[in-house]
Design a protein around this ligand. Structure first.
Ligand code: SF4
Length: 440
């Protein structure tokens, strides 16, 4: 999007207004592939009945199924794989694709970008690819080997975003905790976070990192988190399971006991930390006993946030060839049971916050009511965790991007409700705006 804007093109999120429609796709698991194909077919209608002249498909579906798309979706005019992003301008302008570079793509701070998130928060990708061998996962097949962005490049991008009014930065990558290993930097993520926390404009803002690999969480990383106010006390660490035999078949290793010790160390090192994880149920060979062990683990671990995914058989993954496939009904029931268990844990945690006054980042009006505003605690990551509903905003309406104090008055299973208790700040951010260009 940044490259198109830098070239003078105008972006629209309305397909009926577009001359060129680009569908960015995902092909991680079956539902994502289905959604991608459905969207391509839906967008193809605008070529027949609208003003669109061209339909371009980009992203991971192209990496995985280029030949199939060419054969089975004649409506698609061009494709842009994950290493060919720089061809988007030529293809949109009617040119043809150049031979792609053999180098895996990695953007840098001079790559123009457009914030597709609301203006007060942004994601920064600090690394691409993954070298872990998880047997259920196909991501390394189309995202390639792990490679880190340069240290200074990330710092420059973060500084630019913060100085343009971004209040919250979320560092992402398939595995952020490996950051710097390929560059020969020891404790790369801890060093990067320390540096980001010291940027002048980071004072009072939130810097969060997502997607940690459990055995890469070092004491230095935890101590760094604890030492800097700008670093959000939040760990998102997918564990996938707790039974040692399932973890072995997943090619991830460790066990529930190892994870419980790690959780205790994280909590004692970073006071007030919120921990999120994701788990897979129905992995091939998961027995009733394995599942009961997982339930006991979830009870004991008291995760603040938890996502439970049903195992998806992907034809090019190693686990696809494992025996002991679990039937769909059992997978469905296991997922429901685990989520019900977590709902109780989450409700207990939320109830403990009632009556407390906490800092929130206002995110805008609630989609459900014009009388209710939404905000997030630092321990609620965007787009995935629960939110805070501001039912009493005070005399002056809050604005998206403001940091405010909220008294928690009610607790739901995942969300909280409360009232703002501070004065509206004099210094205001501009209203949230879609597709905000950040050009170097
Ligand atoms: S660490 Fe994550 S991205 Fe890497 S192989 Fe495992 S599940 Fe896939």
């Amino acid at each position: 999007m940044g490259q198109l804007v830098a070239r003078g093109h105008e972006l629209t999120s309305r397909p009926d207004e577009a001359d060129v429609i680009v569908v960015n796709t995902c092909s991680f698991i079956h539902p994502a592939k289905q959604e991608s194909v459905d969207t391509i077919l839906e967008m193809a209608e605008f070529k027949k009945n609208g003003r669109a002249k061209k339909l371009i498909v980009a992203g991971c579906l192209v990496e995985r199924y280029r030949g199939d798309i060419r054969r089975q979706l004649p409506e698609v005019d061009a494709m842009v794989g994950t290493n060919e992003l720089e061809q988007i301008v030529a293809l949109s302008e009617g040119g043809t694709a150049q031979a792609s570079s053999a180098e895996p793509y990695l953007y840098h701070d001079l790559t123009p970008r457009v914030l597709a998130t609301p203006r007060h928060y942004a994601y920064i990708k600090i690394a691409e690819g993954c070298d872990h061998p998880c047997s259920f996962c196909v991501i390394p097949q189309f995202r390639g080997h792990f490679r880190s962005r340069g240290f200074e490049s990330v710092v420059a991008e973060a500084s630019r975003l913060l100085s343009r009014g971004v209040r919250e930065i979320n560092l992402i990558g398939q595995d952020t905790t490996c950051y710097g290993e390929d560059l020969g930097i020891k404790d790369g993520l801890a060093l990067l976070l320390k540096r980001l926390a010291r940027i002048e404009t980071a004072r009072g803002k939130w810097i969060r990192f997502l997607y940690c690999y459990p055995n890469r969480i070092t004491q230095k990383l935890l101590d760094t988190m604890a030492a800097h106010d700008a670093l959000v006390k939040y760990i998102d660490m997918p564990l996938q399971h707790a039974s040692a035999s399932v973890l072995k078949r997943m090619k991830r290793g460790a066990s529930g006991d190892v994870f419980l010790k790690l959780l205790a160390r994280i909590r004692s090192s970073v006071p007030g930390v919120a921990i999120r994880t994701s788990l897979i149920v129905g992995f091939p060979g998961e027995t009733d006993r394995d599942f009961e062990e997982l339930c006991r683990f979830v009870e004991a671990a008291r995760f603040d946030r938890l996502g439970v995914f049903s195992y998806s058989d992907e034809e090019t993954s190693e686990s696809c060839h494992l025996d002991g496939k679990v039937d769909k009904r059992t997978v469905y029931n296991r997922r429901r049971r685990l989520m019900a268990l977590q709902r109780r844990v989450s409700r207990r945690g939320n109830r403990a916050l009632v009556g407390r006054e906490l800092e929130v980042l206002v995110t805008g009006l609630s989609a459900e009511s014009e009388l209710v505003w939404e905000a997030r605690l630092a321990t609620q990551a965007p787009e995935i965790d629960g939110v805070c509903h501001i039912e009493d905003p005070g005399e002056v309406a809050p604005r998206a991007g403001q940091f405010r104090r909220m008294r928690v008055t009610r607790a739901h299973d995942y969300d909280l409700a409360g009232s703002l208790v501070d004065e509206a700040p004099v210094e205001e951010t501009e209203a949230a705006e879609a597709l905000f260009p950040i050009l170097p």
